[in-house]
Design a protein around this ligand. Structure first.
Ligand SMILES: *Cc1c(COP(=O)(O)O)cnc(C)c1O
Length: 403
C-alpha cells in the first residue's frame, strides 16, 4: 500500500508497533466498536467474532444490562479497597454460592491472580490441614496446561516459549500427561497438596480428556487427601454447554477457579471458590488485592451472572454448539485433520499452520485465532443465533475447502 492510500487501520497498527511492546501477534483488524457477536473495525467493516475474547464475552459484546449495571455502579462508588466493606461484595459472594454450591469466595481480578491465589490456598492447606512439612508442599499439573503468565505459573508450563528467559522458577510442581489417571496416581506422594487441571485444555487446542478422567482423578485425590482444583477460567460459565465443564462428569472439584466471562468482558473479575475447609486457611493479612472484590467489579459480575442464567446461555451453548459442531463435522478437505468440541467451544485441527486460515477468514468477515499453531478455535459469544452460525459456517467452509 502506498503512503497516499494509508488507511486509519494502517496508521493505528504502525503506532502500536512503534510504541507498544510486541508480546502479541494480533490479526491486523483494528476494532472500534462491538455489539453482541459483531465487531466493527475503524473502516466500518463488520466481523463475526468467533473468539469472544478467549470466552470473556460469553454474554456478547457490550451487553446492555451489564453496561447499565456498570454505569449505575460507577456513579455510586467504584473502589473502597478491602480496608472497608462495600454493599456489592456480599451479594456477589452469596449469588456465586447459590449458583455453584461452593461455601466461600475469594475475589481477585485477572485469571492469573486467581490461579496464584489457588496455589497459595493449596500450599497453606497442605501445611495447616494436611500436615505437610514446611517448605515441602507440591502441586501436580498437566502437560500443555495454560494457567496464565506470572512467574510461578510459567514455572509449571511445559511450553518452552512461555518459560524462555524468565527463570529462576518457582519449585514445587510435578507435570503429568493430561488425561492420564494412572500417571496422577503414580505422581502422588505424601507432600502433594493439590492437582491443578483444566477440565478441557483450551490454549492447548480444545483437548478433551478421555471420558471418566475427571471422575477418576477426583476419586484418586479424595483417597490421598489431595485437593482437586479445576481452572475453569475459559471452560466455565457456559462455554462447553454446562455451567462448568466439570459438570460433564459426576464429580466436583474442591477448588474452582473462574474469571473471564465472570464479568462479561467489561472488567477483569476473577475468583476462587472452595469449601470452608480450604478458604478458611486464609486469615486477615495472608493474601489480598487492592481491586479484588471492588464494588464496580462485583456489580458487573453479578449482572453478568444474571444474564447468563436468565438468557439461558448455558442451554444455548449446548444446543447451538451441537448444531455448529455437526455442521463443521461435514467439512472435508485435504488439510483437515479433526473437528472436536463441547458446546460452543470447537477446535478445527489442520495438518498445517492455522494462521493463514485465520487471515483468510478475517477477509471473509469471521474472526478466529489460531491456537498452538495448527488448531483453529471457534468460540463465539453464546448469544450467537442459528442464522449467524450458518453465516459463519459458509465462510469457514469456503476457506477450509479452498486451501
Ligand atoms: C485465560 C486463562 C487464564 C489466565 O487469565 P488472565 O485473565 O489472562 O490472567 C488462566 N487459565 C485459563 C484456563 C485461561 O484460559
Amino acid at each position: 500500500m502506498s503512503v497516499l492510500e494509508t488507511t486509519r487501520s494502517a496508521e493505528l497498527i504502525a503506532l502500536e508497533d512503534q510504541y507498544g511492546a510486541h508480546n502479541y501477534h494480533p490479526l491486523d483488524v483494528v476494532i472500534e466498536r462491538a455489539e453482541g457477536v459483531w465487531v466493527y473495525d475503524v473502516e466500518g467493516k463488520r466481523y463475526l467474532d468467533c473468539l469472544a475474547a478467549y470466552s470473556a464475552v460469553n454474554q456478547g459484546h457490550c451487553h446492555p444490562r451489564i453496561l447499565h449495571a456498570m454505569m449505575d455502579q460507577a456513579f455510586k462508588v467504584t473502589l473502597t479497597s478491602r480496608a472497608f466493606r462495600n454493599d456489592q461484595l456480599p451479594l456477589l459472594c452469596r449469588e456465586l454460592h447459590e449458583l455453584t454450591g461452593f461455601d466461600m469466595v475469594l475475589p481477585m481480578n485477572s485469571g492469573a491472580e486467581a490461579v496464584e491465589t489457588a496455589v497459595k490456598a493449596a500450599r497453606k492447606w497442605g501445611y495447616k490441614v494436611k500436615g505437610i512439612p514446611e517448605g515441602k508442599a507440591e502441586i501436580i499439573v498437566c502437560a500443555n496446561n495454560f494457567h496464565g503468565r506470572t512467574v510461578t505459573i510459567v514455572s509449571f508450563s511445559s511450553d518452552e516459549q512461555y518459560r524462555d528467559g524468565f527463570g529462576p522458577f518457582t519449585p514445587g510442581f510435578t507435570i503429568i500427561p493430561f488425561g492420564d489417571a494412572a500417571a496422577l496416581r503414580n505422581a502422588i506422594t505424601p507432600n502433594i497438596c493439590a492437582f491443578l487441571v483444566e477440565p478441557i485444555q483450551g490454549e492447548a487446542g480444545i483437548i478433551i480428556p478421555p471420558a471418566g478422567f475427571l471422575s477418576e482423578a477426583a476419586a484418586i485425590c479424595r483417597e490421598h487427601g489431595v485437593l482437586l482444583m479445576c481452572d475453569e477460567i475459559q471452560s466455565g460459565l457456559g462455554r462447553t454447554g454446562k455451567l462448568f465443564a466439570y459438570m460433564h462428569e459426576t464429580m466436583r472439584p474442591d477448588v474452582l477457579i473462574v474469571g473471564k466471562a465472570l464479568s462479561g468482558g467489561f472488567y477483569p473479575v476473577s475468583a476462587v471458590l472452595a469449601g470452608k475447609d480450604v478458604l478458611s486457611v486464609f486469615g486477615p493479612g495472608d493474601h489480598g488485592s487492592t481491586f479484588g472484590g471492588n464494588p464496580l467489579a462485583c456489580a458487573v459480575a453479578r449482572t453478568a451472572l444474571h444474564v447468563l442464567v436468565e438468557e439461558r446461555l448455558v442451554e444455548r451453548s449446548a444446543d447451538l454448539g451441537n448444531y455448529f459442531l455437526n455442521r463443521l463435522r461435514t467439512l472435508s478437505g485435504p488439510n483437515l485433520k479433526e473437528v472436536r468440541g463441547k458446546g460452543l467451544w470447537i477446535g478445527i485441527e489442520l495438518h498445517s499452520l492455522a494462521r493463514p486460515y485465520c487471515e483468510a477468514l478475517k477477509e471473509e468477515g469471521v474472526l478466529c485465532k489460531e491456537t498452538h499453531d495448527k488448531v483453529l478455535r471457534v468460540a463465539p459469544p453464546l448469544t450467537i443465533t442459528r442464522e449467524e452460525i450458518d453465516w459463519a459456517f459458509d465462510r469457514i467452509r469456503s476457506v477450509i475447502g479452498k486451501q
